[in-house]
Design a protein around this ligand. Structure first.
Ligand SMILES: Cc1cc2nc3c(=O)[nH]c(=O)nc-3n(C[C@H](O)[C@H](O)[C@H](O)COP(=O)(O)O)c2cc1C
Length: 219
């Protein structure tokens, strides 16, 4: 476990604040996050995928509707095609596991049709937003689980550059959209990747009266 002072300095630089804060292994892992864009060829340990999916499924999900799905892409040909559709990003080809996270309203559509129930409500933007949020929370749980196992990850939003072509490669049914991909694999440690800085907390936190909280003084 890395100590808070080091990690807060890496994350906030000169704006790092008092390191006397609650701390544990989970928080240490979260503050150590960095996206990995160079992977070794090493395979993942047996059943890693199952662990990542169980972690993803343990995320909160709106009304427990679980309006997301994921495609685990491991074969070279499909990774190559998806890489080309996402600005030719090499890490998609390199990583042993490429997870494509889907906002999935097909399952609910199918259930409604089977029960002879109307399902026009599924066409509202709100339902797409709900599905995309559910997929995102699930993916982030999987990413945190992967990092806790010593694996690297990077999200791939560029998968939305060509949504229809991506749907074709993955054979997606109607009512399903790929919201982003996630590369998973062992980082090539010969390439140094720093923790990237974030805005000071004062840029985003307000107290109840909407005045900006000064995180340096605690006012
Ligand atoms: C939704 C989403 C989409 C992203 N898409 C890409 C991408 O297509 N390619 C890439 O190299 N990084 C992508 N990233 C990674 C971000 O660039 C990265 O998280 C950001 O620069 C901060 O760096 P860090 O993750 O190392 O802290 C994406 C991140 C998110 C959350």
């Amino acid at each position: 476990m890395t100590n808070p002072t080091d990690l807060l300095h890496r994350r906030y630089g000169v704006d790092a604040f008092n390191a006397d804060i609650p701390w544990n292994q989970t928080i240490s892992n979260l503050l150590s996050h960095r996206s990995i864009r160079a992977y070794l060829n090493d395979p993942l340990p047996t059943n890693t995928l199952e662990t990542l999916i169980a972690s993803a499924q343990s995320a909160s999900t709106s009304s427990n509707l679980q309006t997301w799905s994921v495609v685990a892409v491991q074969d070279t040909t499909r990774k190559e095609k998806l890489s080309q559709l996402a600005n030719n990003q090499a890490h998609i080809r390199q990583c042993p596991l490429f997870l494509v996270w889907l906002a999935d309203l097909a399952r609910l559509t199918h259930i409604a049709e089977n029960q002879g129930l109307p399902h026009e409500g599924l066409n509202y933007l709100e339902m797409f937003l709900m599905a995309a949020i559910d997929a995102t929370l699930a993916a982030q749980n999987a990413a945190i689980a992967a990092e806790s196992l010593g694996l690297g990850t990077v999200y791939i939003g560029a998968l939305r550059n060509r949504p229809e072509a991506v749907a074709e490669v993955l054979n997606l049914p109607p009512h399903v959209v790929a919201v982003f991909g996630l590369c998973v694999g062992y980082a090539d440690s010969s390439i140094n990747v720093e923790v990237k800085p974030r805005l000071p907390q004062a840029a985003g936190i307000t107290s109840g009266d909407l005045s900006v909280r000064n995180t340096k003084t605690g006012n």
